[in-house]
Design a protein around this ligand. Sequence first.
Ligand code: RNT
Ligand code: ZN
Length: 415
Amino acid sequence: MNAIYDEAKKRYAEYGIDTEEVLKKLNEAVISVHCWQGDDVCGFDSDTGISGGIQTTGNYPGKARTPEELMQDLDKALSFCGGRHKLNLHASYAIFEKGEFADRNAIEPKHFRKWVDYAKARGMGIDFNPTLFGHPKAASFTLSSPDEEIRRFWVDHVKACVRISQYFAEETGEPCVMNIWIPDGYKDIPADRIGPRARFKKSLDEIISMPYDKEKVYITLESKVFGIGLEAYTVGSAEFTLGYAQQNGLVPLMDNGHYHPTEVVSDKISSLLLLNRKLALHVTRPMRWDSDHVVRLDDETKEIAKEIVASGRMDDIAMALDFFDASINRIAAWVVGITSFRKALLAAMLTPHAALRTLQDEGKYTRLMVMQEQLKMLPAGAVWEEFCRRNGVPADEKWMDEVEKYEREVLSARA
Ligand code: RNT
Ligand code: ZN
């Protein structure tokens, strides 16, 4: 067997942690993997590129240009990642037959059939996102547009997405998390703050009044404090989305790039869990702004994972990734982001939360600090290696050799 793992197992047992149990739980934790890291959020339904204050930077060669390439790249990335995943799609990734086209307000389940086949063949569920950016009609406002025709167009788009989400759930047998994020906002001080939010509310009211199966489709609402070009005001602020979600039985979604720089999502999770049945997350890495850097095993990622695991409510939390770096190999970006978040979950699962909680409740803060520091040096790496070994994926950096080979043989042939 694996002597290093066996030693680690004993060390953790001293702290009351059963690493076999942890390995099982870690394997079952579902991470929703965003398709949009593979092509810089471009999608297949237009040449508009992204807009709405989100931005990819870099021009690393080899980005996926077609659904086939994106699927092939995602397969490559996932072949290095152990544990369960879900596929997270955006509406702009609709796949049309030759000569066929449907605008965003007219997309149908059939335009995503190939994705369903892809997910089913890999035993994955699917999450979904209406795409309210990267489209001529999203040049300024969408669901909060003062132009009634534009507002209607986007309401119809989101309704179409709810139908597609339900189709995903029915086909895969797993509920679909459908996340609404709008880029609507102002660069400079608005004259009217309440008007756009009232229109957003009206649009959401119209959307959720459509019939859909609430056990199959979980609609989530993502807030954002500001975006590039939207510095002064966003319609979908934290207060708006939280309040609306709570009032209407939707699920709040927190993206950890969407708050003021000293605010942390790790501190918000517990409050939202107490006040909501479910919670959704976009795990990303903001650097000075909502830059969507690749997730790494840093302090805040670990703290987010700790809050998820320590809450005992992991099953109520939809964990999705949301980053896009176009300056490095996109497959490696996926692998690092996906595995970093799972490593963070592992670290959290290897923590004796109940014992630490007792120290806190008894006011033994010095001992608590000593324990927290001691736990950092326990052999989590050995448990990670065992997790990889059991999943038949590389535990060391060797996977990068294969990614480089794939870059030479496949990616470099792309114009
Ligand atoms: C944008 C939001 C949103 C997008 C994706 C592509 O700031 O984070 O979630 O990143 O929908
Ligand atoms: Zn996000």
